[in-house]
Design a protein around this ligand. Structure first.
Ligand SMILES: CC(C)(COP(=O)(O)OP(=O)(O)OC[C@H]1O[C@@H](n2cnc3c(N)ncnc32)[C@H](O)[C@@H]1OP(=O)(O)O)[C@@H](O)C(=O)NCCC(=O)NCCS
Length: 167
């Protein structure tokens, strides 16, 4: 197990092949993927292959990570960074039963701290569909600043950004 960072209640680790089952179940929940632009995996096998081929850690030195509860080691969801079109994006997705407990905010703050302090990133962006109020709430709580409204995945969306002014 490769742990990347810890917060008060959580640890974030690199994905493991067995996480495919979680990706399958997460994306099989209509409510979870409602604002993400993703479709459910066609099969468990497809989700397992997706995880096996996940190459961000090798390619970029970071990626999305599994978020687990320290107390029980339970997989709660994922959170992390993604390099896309020369920008680094913060993303998160949790099982519905774990929404509203502050886990996404806590994990996001951990990722931002890791991104700025360890990876020495200059900027992290956050994208969200306008209707995804929980997601926008997290960005605001993490001190991201509103940049613009635009269209993402054919939906009205907002772009936020957080600048690292410590280096
Ligand atoms: C977005 C998501 C990760 C939030 O996870 P979470 O662990 O519930 O988030 P947190 O508990 O840390 O914080 C959510 C905040 O949003 C607020 N919130 C939730 N629903 C809201 C709504 N409809 N309107 C306004 N605020 C809302 C909560 O009150 C909370 O703020 P608070 O702590 O100040 O009360 C979770 O809902 C999820 O997995 N959604 C599906 C995937 C997704 O949409 N990802 C983002 C794509 S851009």
């Amino acid at each position: 197990m490769k742990i990347i960072l810890e917060t008060a209640r959580l640890y974030l680790r690199e994905f493991e092949p067995s996480d495919g089952v979680h990706f399958y179940h997460l994306n099989n929940d209509e409510e979870v993927i409602k604002h993400t632009g993703n479709k459910p995996f066609k099969s468990l096998k497809e989700a397992m292959v997706f995880i096996e081929n996940y190459s961000d850690y090798k390619q970029n030195g970071f990626g999305r990570w599994a978020v687990c509860l320290k107390k029980t080691n339970e997989f709660l969801g994922w959170c992390g960074l993604k390099l896309e079109n020369n920008e680094i994006d913060l993303g998160y997705r949790f099982y519905k039963k774990h929404w509203g407990k502050g886990y996404a905010t806590e994990a996001s703050l951990g990722c931002i701290n890791y991104g700025f302090s360890t990876l020495k990133l200059k900027k992290i962006i956050g994208r969200s569909h306008i209707k995804n109020e929980a997601s926008i709430c997290i960005l605001k709580k993490c001190n991201f600043k509103f940049k613009k409204k635009y269209v993402y995945d054919n939906q009205p969306a907002v772009l936020y950004a957080l600048i690292n002014d410590t280096n």
